[in-house]
Design a protein around this ligand. Structure first.
Ligand SMILES: NC(=O)c1ccc[n+]([C@@H]2O[C@H](COP(=O)([O-])OP(=O)(O)OC[C@H]3O[C@@H](n4cnc5c(N)ncnc54)[C@H](OP(=O)(O)O)[C@@H]3O)[C@@H](O)[C@H]2O)c1
Length: 347
């Protein structure tokens, strides 16, 4: 059996779900892979808790469920301690970074991930900010330090978009990527099409269902999908793209009449993220797109996301996920963690 010490930054929806799944799976991970994970540092917005011999995950979860901070952890809690300070003081070998996505400066995730890689830690994250802003630099740093940076939960939650692209299409030329990467917009378009709701009604319903944020502009104006497309471009397509390389149009302004007209033509409208090979580079776009009803992504229901890779030698591969709630994204974080630790061997 090998013990792996990890630090967790961000104990919100995904972080808590990740810890719960870890508790649920730990016997299986031990029996099947000889893996034991020990949480030695945990950080939220108010502080941290650190114990080199391992914190009690149930205690962390009880604190968060009661609305407290991990800084309230008896004896080991440290109010005001930042993620960086916690990393500096802990003996963690792996960082699981699940703080909020910030697309302006990437913090606090960007500094924490950078520090971890510089100090020979492996990193798993579902945080898009650092990847969108600094993918090339972080990937180069990981390669230089011979560390792994895995982020399969960052592009469409549990959908293995990045894994399929990087692993299963490793020898292919990818000719085209089409993705429905954003649940909020897909939910809204599906509900408008199937139930005749207006855009505003469908958005309000999506907010009540907990899928859309109170400020949904990042989703409905296409930026969330564009960010995910940038991560795919950088990591799967090997193209050092930034937001400036993506033509972005959201679904604001799509009305019921447009959907009905599309239906009359045997089509439906989806917010599609595409990367199309044009010469040596890919043309990247996010825009509302009319898809024929026999297109596999046209059939996605309101809780689904999907990706289609068209390739030269591996055929056309489609993956679709039905994802409601946080489990599949947290599951992606665990998948990355296990992949990372098992590929390292029992060190
Ligand atoms: N939710 C999803 O379905 C989903 C899907 C894919 C990817 N993601 C990504 O996963 C990450 C986590 O998402 P989430 O939904 O779990 O977010 P969340 O519920 O808002 O949780 C964020 C956590 O980060 C903590 N935090 C905030 N500022 C911090 C700081 N400066 N230093 C340390 N910790 C800080 C928060 O502390 P408090 O607990 O004190 O507030 C909270 O524990 C995000 O980057 C998100 O984009 C989420």
């Amino acid at each position: 059996m090998s013990m792996h010490r990890f630090a967790l930054i961000g104990v919100g929806n995904i972080g808590q779900r990740f810890l719960r799944i870890l508790l649920q799976k730990q016997d299986m991970l031990n029996a099947r892979f000889g893996l034991q994970l020990s949480l030695v540092a945990v950080v939220d917005s108010a502080g941290a808790a650190l114990n080199d011999n391992g914190l009690d995950i149930n205690q962390v979860l009880r604190l968060k469920e009661a609305g407290n901070s991990v800084a309230d952890y008896p004896r080991y809690g440290k109010r005001g301690m930042t993620g960086l300070a916690a990393l500096e003081q802990s003996n963690a070998q792996l960082l699981v970074e699940l703080s909020p996505t910030n697309l302006k400066h990437g913090e606090p995730g960007l500094s924490a991930i950078t520090w971890a890689l510089e100090h020979d830690m492996d990193v798993v994250t579902a945080n898009k900010g650092p990847l969108v802003l600094a993918y090339q630099r972080l990937a180069a740093l990981a390669a230089e330090r011979k560390r792994q940076l895995l982020f399969s939960g960052a592009v469409a939650g549990g959908l293995p978009t990045v894994n399929i692209g990087c692993r299963d299409l490793i020898a292919a030329k990818i000719l085209r990527v089409e993705g429905i990467f954003n649940t909020t917009t897909n939910y809204i378009l599906v509900r408008m099409a199937e139930s005749g709701l207006s855009f505003e009604q469908a958005l309000a319903e999506a907010q009540r269902a907990g899928v859309a944020e109170a400020d949904p502009s990042l989703d409905i104006d296409g930026w969330d999908a564009a960010n995910k497309l940038i991560i795919v471009a950088n990591s799967v397509l090997g193209m050092p793209a930034t937001l400036e390389d993506v033509s972005v149009q959201g679904i604001r302004g799509i009305d019921r009449t447009q959907l009905l007209q599309a239906q009359e033509r045997g089509h439906t409208i989806k917010l599609l993220a595409t990367a199309e090979l044009a010469g040596e580079r890919y043309k990247l776009a996010v825009r509302p797109t009319e898809l024929p009803l026999d297109h596999i992504l046209a059939r996605l229901t309101k809780w689904q996301m999907g990706v289609v890779y068209t390739t030269d030698i591996n055929g056309t591969i489609t993956a679709i996920i039905e994802e409601e709630g946080t489990t599949a994204t947290a599951g992606a974080v665990l998948r990355d963690t296990v992949n990372l630790l098992t590929s390292r061997g029992n060190s």
